[in-house]
Design a protein around this ligand. Structure first.
Ligand code: DGL
Length: 267
């Protein structure tokens, strides 16, 4: 089973993209809706919450967990990989994030400057900048935290003129910075894809971390048949949340269509 972990509902954008390209596998979605948002929390707190989530997902049977939340990927991915896999010598489980595949995709585009938008946590962590550096790519990064977008999207207010106005304000400096690509480094932002495209203009490539993660997972499973063979192909979809299933269901069905069951779980 492939596990998809997010702080709340947003990770469904990642799940949707993954299911589009890999529909045959069983999936387990965990949204930590009781403690969302992670975006304004400290590294320590996000690490602790993410540990609890990963532990729960492995116990529940996930073999490969995608940390769909950009903030959790930024603050906790390395730590989770070290603690649950490297230190324990575990070879038959994997934890992957969303930042590396997105950065790799932008590197292939060969631009000299790119923008990143995300939560305050993701942007302050400079996780995207560090990943470009780690991969030896000397690119100029301009970034902007957009903390109001997540609540606007969750309230289904993102099509309102007020939301568009706020987005324009957030993107102003990035436009002035003349970025050639803009990374949507937050689970929620693909829902405003059209607006990002319109505001940034035709010459800027908008890169969704959800889409790039999905593409890179296809490639990863081809390169790692030893992991691929651990994943069940039964098309099962399980949705679990740490708060009431009702509000999750509403957002989830808006995005994914009809969902059978949403289970409340304790981590
Ligand atoms: N999932 C988070 C992210 O992608 C956004 C929501 C939150 O702040 O928890 O960074």
């Amino acid at each position: 089973m492939i596990g998809i972990f997010d702080s709340g509902v947003g990770g469904l954008t990642v799940m949707k993209e993954i299911i589009k390209v890999l529909p045959e596998y069983d999936y387990l979605y965990l949204g930590d809706t009781a403690r969302v948002p992670y975006g304004n929390r400290s590294r320590e707190v996000v690490m602790k919450f993410s540990e609890e989530a990963i532990e729960w997902m492995f116990k529940r049977g996930a073999k490969l967990v995608i940390v769909a939340c950009n903030t959790a990927s930024a603050f906790a991915l390395r730590h989770l990989q070290d603690k649950y896999l490297v230190e324990r010598g575990v070879k038959d489980k994997k934890i992957l994030g969303v930042i590396r595949p997105t950065v790799e995709a932008v590197i292939k585009m060969k631009f000299d400057r790119a923008g990143v938008v995300g939560t305050r946590g993701t942007i302050n962590s400079k996780a995207y900048d560090k990943e470009f550096e780690k991969l030896g790519h000397n690119i100029k990064i301009c970034s902007a935290a957009c903390p109001l977008l997540v609540p606007l999207i969750e309230e289904n207010w993102y099509k309102k003129p007020e939301a568009i106005m706020i987005l324009k304000k957030y993107l102003k400096d990035l436009k002035d910075c003349n970025v050639k690509a803009l990374i949507l480094g937050c689970t929620h932002y693909p829902l405003m894809m059209k607006d990002f495209k319109r505001i940034m203009g035709k010459r800027v490539k908008i890169v969704s971390s959800a889409e790039e993660t999905a593409k890179s997972l296809v490639d990863y499973l081809k390169r790692h048949p030893e992991i691929e063979k651990l994943l069940k192909k039964g098309k099962k979809r399980e949705f679990c949340v740490t708060d009431s299933p009702d509000s999750f269901r509403c957002f989830a069905e808006h995005l994914m269509g009809k969902i059978n069951k949403v289970e409340h779980v304790e981590l």
